[in-house]
Ligand binder design. Structure first.
Ligand code: IPM
Ligand code: MG
Length: 357
């Protein structure tokens, strides 16, 4: 039976980069025997404009039916003044929550060809290979109560709630441990246990889960220190596991170590390995429509999809090798451009990957 993939281009550069990703999927279908059925739907601001909702029921239904979802990006200046409940971001958060995608895997890998693109010294980042495991359906992103209320004085007060249950921490730490077992067997759990009770609980649960993985070296770090260590000596990390918000912040930081956020894919998985795959960058309204966005993070997200949801590891490697080849050939979009390379646009980059496949 063919597997179903739902394509959600979303907003801004999401449209352009997804067109390249679809080319890659089509090539795998026609030339390499991948059997999949592709559907496309609306999400984010584009969906709001057409339907009044950033996550239309029809999209959610298709996402539930799909074996995997490939998402471009959501958001844009145009929708920033909308009420929170219909902002493009709610589409993305709604998908994560509704599909139970609690485990967000964000690899930060430095391609040796791009060592010059990082703002850090080559010796600090060369060979970098970190996996950030971010909790994705809990924490302060979803905690209740939340909102802005007016005090008696007339002053407004905003509030959000950082909340984690033991079971939520347990399952995400296990994901990190299982991944570490296939890597260098080291997990750093990031918290703020010196200040926040909820992350003290996080630490306790992490230690308990760690007991089930005697081969994995488990360490703990406060988030402020983790941010500093990431730019000071990132190669000390193998797998990092952390809360929704800390993971959001640290993964952007880690992305930049690799030169460009335009290179990094991500996977968001549920309990059964069903997943949504997306580049970790946003919709980049400033360059949208100009044909200069880097499609490689989205293309590499297909590789993660093949590996984690479609059980096609060989095909995943094929994509990764193709990306390696275009980088070897000196092709660069503007975000990763450096001396002696050839600057190409979104479409040219996508075509080059297809040719390399
Ligand atoms: C991310 C993004 C999202 C997040 C936004 C767009 C809601 O920054 O995936 O990292 O905060 O999770
Ligand atoms: Mg983010």
């Amino acid at each position: 039976m063919s597997k179903k993939i739902l394509i959600l281009p979303g907003d801004g550069i999401g449209q352009e980069i997804m067109a390249e990703a679809v080319k890659v999927l089509n090539c795998l279908q026609h030339d390499h025997g991948l059997v999949v059925e592709l559907n496309e739907a609306l999400v984010g601001g584009t969906a709001y404009d057409e339907t009044g909702s950033p996550l239309p029921e029809a999209t959610l239904d298709l996402a539930r039916e799909a074996d995997a979802v490939l998402l471009g990006a959501v958001g844009g200046v145009k929708w920033e003044s909308l009420d929170y409940s219909v902002r493009p971001e709610r589409g993305l958060l709604g998908l994560r929550k509704e599909l139970g995608l609690f485990a967000n895997l964000r690899p930060a890998i430095l391609y040796p060809q791009l060592a010059d693109a990082s703002t850090l010294k080559p010796e600090v980042v060369s060979g970098l290979d970190i996996m950030i495991v971010r909790e994705l359906t809990g924490g302060i992103y979803f905690g209740q109560p939340r909102g802005v209320k007016e005090l008696e004085s007339g002053e407004k007060e905003g509030f959000n709630t950082l909340v984690y249950r033991e079971s939520e921490v347990d399952r995400i730490v296990r994901v990190a441990m299982d991944i570490a077992m296939k890597r260098n067997k080291s997990v750093c759990s990031v918290d703020k246990a010196n200040v926040l009770e909820v992350t003290e609980l996080w630490r306790d649960v992490a230690i308990k889960v760690g007991g089930d993985y005697p081969d994995v070296e488990l360490s703990h770090m406060y988030v402020d220190n983790a941010a500093m260590q990431l730019v000071k000596w990132p190669k000390q990390f193998d797998v990092m596991v952390t809360t929704n918000m800390f993971g959001d912040i640290l993964s952007d930081c880690a992305a930049m170590l690799t030169g460009s956020i335009g290179m990094l894919p991500s996977a968001s998985l549920d309990e059964n390995g069903k997943g949504m795959y997306e580049p970790i960058h946003g919709s980049a309204p400033d360059i949208a429509g100009k044909g200069v966005a880097n499609p490689l993070a989205t293309i590499l997200s297909i590789a993660m999809m093949l590996r984690y949801s479609l059980d096609e590891p060989a095909m995943a490697e094929r994509i990764e090798r193709a990306v390696d080849k275009v980088l070897d050939d000196g092709l660069r979009t503007q975000d990763i451009m450096s001396d002696g390379c050839k600057e190409v646009g979104t479409v040219e980059m996508g075509d080059a990957v297809v040719a390399a496949l």
